[in-house]
Design a protein around this ligand. Structure first.
Ligand code: SF4
Ligand code: SF4
Length: 68
């Protein structure tokens, strides 16, 4: 089931696995995945604050084209 509220995707080629998005998300949308990439575990909890988007130092968190 797609959640329209969560507006991002994570580009694994750009992500450096720093964990900032996991740490700064106020509602704990992300967990650390098995590959150490952030995993979008609870998209339904996203409040669209964009903290993850602005904190990511590598621009790996991108707005989905349909909401950009
Ligand atoms: S926009 Fe905010 S609530 Fe949603 S995943 Fe990013 S940091 Fe978490
Ligand atoms: S903040 Fe960006 S580079 Fe760091 S783990 Fe999250 S998506 Fe990857």
């Amino acid at each position: 089931m797609e959640n329209k509220q969560y507006p991002f995707y994570i580009d694994p080629k750009l992500c450096k696995k720093c964990g900032l998005c996991i740490a700064f998300c106020p509602t704990k949308v992300y967990i650390t995945g098995e590959d150490d990439l952030p995993k979008i575990e609870h998209p339904e909890k996203c409040i669209s604050c964009k903290m993850c988007f602005y904190r990511c130092p590598d621009f790996a968190i991108r707005l989905k084209p349909e909401v950009a």
